[in-house]
Design a protein around this ligand. Structure first.
Ligand SMILES: [Zn+2]
Length: 322
């Protein structure tokens, strides 16, 4: 927690821990400043990291499907923040399109990037993704982007968002009130009832659902289908490393973060096998149980391999669902 909420102090709180990153080649750190459900300000800072269970049970050299086992610093902040709606993120390096898609769903309003991050080798190689994808997602989501010069204590706006701008809400994450009934068997059958109702609503799109709550005061079922995060433009051919679509489970995790809700690991459902990146993010979010509707369905061939690896390592317990 950083008690000084100036952009320079918050960026410094990220820079101060970047040396603690376990990543041997690209150490990155991020800080997030926002307010919790009671309006109390908070901040936290994290580095890119391997979730402990992946590090200990699979190791840091093995890919999880087609995803690395690491979670980027920005994503780690989003997954561990009490609440992300309206929050600001401070990153030592230009963020990748995946992290920016998460920021968009998590309701981040401003992104500060250390100007020194643009001078690194990694940024040079990935500059195209930042220019062509990350900034485009920020523009669509209404995330202001600011370059931060620490030494000169100077800010330079890279992407300005007009005050009246409202992001499109094409396929909003659903939140259905859920009775706070006692007893897991009752909750199980109710949850499955909602899964079946949602299947009719989302068909033929894949979807995911999770039971979420905020410290016992309210419970709801979050549900989502995949969504393009750069406006209504058609998705480019998936030839590169990234695309504009945010997958359902990632949407649920980020939507829960946005609202300051905690997902109950016993009630996480995916109609098909999640993607490799959804699975790694699940582990990072502390979700170690998953119900899958159809284990023969997946976006690509990597998801089933990732799920198999995580299941055999005892990291995610999988059950078949409705
Ligand atoms: Zn990233």
């Amino acid at each position: 927690m950083c008690s000084d909420f100036s952009p320079f102090a918050l960026m410094q709180s990220a820079v101060d821990i970047v040396g603690e990153s376990a990543h041997p080649v690209n150490p990155v750190a991020a800080a997030l400043a926002g307010s919790d459900r009671n309006g109390a300000p908070f901040s936290l800072a994290m580095t890119n990291e391997w979730p402990p269970s992946i590090r200990d049970k699979i190791g840091t050299d093995t890919r999880i499907g087609n995803a690395s086992g690491t979670v980027h610093a920005e994503t780690a902040c989003l997954l561990h923040a009490p609440r992300t709606d309206g929050a600001s993120l401070f990153v030592t390096d230009p963020p990748c399109p995946n992290c920016v898609k998460y920021m968009a769903e998590a309701g981040i309003k401003a992104l500060y990037i250390d100007h020194k991050g643009f001078e690194k080798d990694y940024a040079q190689r990935r500059g195209h993704d930042f220019e062509q994808m990350s900034l485009r997602i920020c523009r669509a989501a209404g995330i202001a982007v600011v370059l931060l010069f620490r030494k000169e204590q100077r800010l330079q706006t890279l992407l300005e968002i007009p005050d009246e701008y409202k992001p499109a809400q094409d396929k909003p994450v659903g939140l259905t009130p859920f009775p706070d009934a006692p007893g897991k068997p009752i909750l199980d059958s109710l949850f499955h009832f909602y899964v079946r109702s949602n299947r009719r609503a989302y068909d033929p799109e894949p979807f995911a659902m999770a039971l979420a709550r905020a410290t016992g005061i309210e419970a709801g079922i979050l549900s989502a289908e995949p969504c393009g995060m750069a406006g209504r433009e058609p998705e480019p051919a998936p030839e590169g490393k990234y695309n504009f679509t945010l997958q359902p489970l990632n949407r649920l995790m980020m939507s829960a973060a946005r609202r300051g809700l905690r997902i109950n690991p016993d009630f996480v459902y995916s109609s098909r096998v999640p993607t490799s990146r959804e699975l790694v993010n699940m582990v990072a979010a502390g979700l170690n149980r998953l119900t899958v509707g159809d284990r023969t369905a997946a976006r690509d061939e990597h998801g089933p391999r990732a799920l198999d690896l995580l299941e055999k390592a005892g990291i995610i317990k999988v059950s078949d669902g409705p």
